[in-house]
Design a binder for this molecule. Structure first.
Ligand code: NG6
Ligand code: CA
Length: 514
């Protein structure tokens, strides 16, 4: 009798213990494997969001994330242009090591299949992974036939699902690619593309160009962007066929938003990684008519308002599915701002008092701070407490930081340029990097309060086309004290010779590391 009672008690205790360990391990599991979303804006400048002083446009949804998360004042894209920044974000390595540059629309995949990437790392650890939006990291191995399976691409480097604008809105092909296939392509109207730097050359296809039919353009473009006209916008390069598959720029944001929210809903019960790559506010800026006049700045500002709306919709989706508390969001941009990037869209004329770069010097393409110092916010309700952080870190660090969050073995990552900044990202520490590289047409190096810019003899005169944002094409070494001179206006290279030499040495060590 006593034995039976003891036995029953014993079983009950074991059952309770088992149940308890079930729930706690489930609890730990969801905490150990939060969803990760990277909201990656395109060409969004430090000063382009409300919390950083935007004048001509309101960004209530981004401001909400910022006020309820960590707002960073010294976080950087790794480069002042798109392709290199994206390469570093996904691989944890500096882009110059792969000689990454802004890619043409027919470039092969830049990341070799088999390379460990942020998505492949997460995939191996039980995550479902997706990229939705602008890609611009190349596709295929050489000559892509867009009418067949297009690969290798994202699916071969760690993504389970992809829905892409293959390169940029201002480059052909102007179609969507879902996994390996061009969306809505009519096999009787095969898609071909060809690239030339001279849109005045004979157009190999039927489709009108900015040179032959300027009267049908929605926005006038420079020579470089005067190739094939798709949806009333002339692009870089020529596109033949593929009429049914053409994108409608006005619907692009909504289209990629819908793909993203569908992916989130499908994966609400398992850990997922979403790399949501906006096209806003890259050129051509053709936001949906719903956003026309939402800003005081014309299409560039309206595109910012549209992007902010998309952020809000993604947040609503997470809330509705009740997974907001289990999702780490990093909002940032691939490079600094540019006003005229090839199209006449009133970005300069309607700027008013708005300062796309905030107080910082330069912008997209530039070696000065605004080339890479971009709006950056981390948000994770319940896990991240609101604060402003001045820690110095770079998007190349996201790779190792996420690995650390998942408690993966960091020893295997020591060969990467990526440093573990997870405590900084979660707002638990303000100790960022000691030194940090900034890539552009040359190299910049940050070390404490000092910023060094390596002299460059390359011809980047095309960067100068932008009338508003200077580009910093200097052929002399530059050294700035960002503590006393955050706008990089007083070159101390001569006065502070010792520091200059030290920083040159330190930069060369990084460049020659591998
Ligand atoms: C430049 C284009 C510019 C933009 C940029 C890429 C010219 C003159 N300019 O080469 O319009 O497309 O590449 O932007 O062709 S990025 O954000 O994707 O890096
Ligand atoms: Ca960009």
């Amino acid at each position: 009798m006593i034995n039976t009672v003891v036995l029953r008690m014993y079983i009950a205790i074991i059952l309770i213990a088992v149940c308890f360990s079930c729930t706690s391990s489930k609890g730990t599991d969801t905490l150990a494997k939060p969803n990760v979303i990277i909201l990656y804006a395109d060409d969004l400048g430090y000063g382009d969001i409300g919390v950083n002083g935007a004048e001509g446009v309101k960004t209530p949804n981004i401001d909400f994330l910022s006020r309820n998360g960590v707002k960073f004042t010294d976080a950087h894209s790794t480069a002042a242009t798109c392709t290199p920044s994206r390469y570093s974000l996904l691989t944890g390595n500096y882009a110059f090591r792969r000689n990454a540059r802004v890619l043409p629309g027919d470039a092969p995949l830049l990341i070799k299949p088999g390379t460990e990437t942020l998505p492949s790392l997460l995939q191996k650890n039980g995550y479902t992974t997706a990229v939705v939006g602008k890609w611009h990291l190349g596709l295929g191995t050489g000559q892509v036939n867009w009418n067949e399976e297009v690969k290798p691409g994202p699916l071969e480097i760690g993504f389970d699902y992809s829905f892409l604008l293959p390169s940029t809105g201002d480059r052909v092909p102007s179609v969507y690619l879902e996994n390996h296939t061009v969306v809505d392509l009519d096999i009787n109207d095969p898609l071909e593309i060809s690239f030339t730097d001279h849109p005045n050359e004979p157009n190999p296809y039927q489709r009108p160009t900015g040179i032959t039919h300027p009267e049908i353009l929605k926005q006038k473009a420079d020579n470089q962007h005067s190739g094939s006209i798709v949806n009333g916008i002339s692009r870089i390069g020529f596109m033949g066929g593929g009429k049914r598959a053409e994108i409608v720029d006005e619907d692009l944001s909504k289209t990629i938003l819908e793909k993203a929210t569908h992916f989130i809903a499908q994966n609400k019960s398992n850990p997922f990684f979403l790399y949501f790559s906006f096209h806003d506010i890259h050129v051509p800026r053709v936001p949906n008519p719903k956003f026309r006049g939402k800003s005081a700045m014309g299409p560039r500002g309206d595109a910012i308002a549209q992007m902010d709306w998309v952020v809000g919709e993604i947040m609503n989706t997470l809330k509705t599915l009740d997974i907001e508390k289990n999702t780490l969001i990093i909002f940032t941009s691939d490079n600094g701002p540019v006003l005229n990037d090839g199209y006449e869209d009133q970005a300069i004329e309607k700027l008013g008092e708005h300062k796309p770069s905030g107080i910082f010097r330069g912008g997209k393409y530039s070696a000065y701070e605004a080339g890479t110092r971009v709006p950056t916010i981390s948000y994770w309700p319940g896990k991240i407490k609101p604060k402003e952080s001045h820690a110095l870190w770079s998007q190349v660090d996201i790779y190792t930081s996420i690995a650390s969050l998942l408690k993966l073995n960091l020893d295997t990552m020591s060969s990467l340029d990526s440093q573990n900044m997870i405590d900084v990202i979660l707002g638990k520490s303000d100790v960022g990097r000691e030194v940090m590289l900034e890539e552009s047409y040359t190299f910049g190096l940050r070390d404490g309060k000092w910023k060094y810019i390596m002299p460059s003899t390359k011809d980047y005169s095309w960067v100068k086309n932008d009338k508003k944002i200077e580009s910093g094409i200097d052929t002399i070494p530059q050294l700035y004290n960002l503590e006393t001179d955050p706008t990089e206006s007083i070159n101390l290279a001569i006065q502070q010779k010792e520091i200059l030499v030290e920083m040159e040495k330190s930069l060369n060590t990084i460049i020659n590391e591998k």
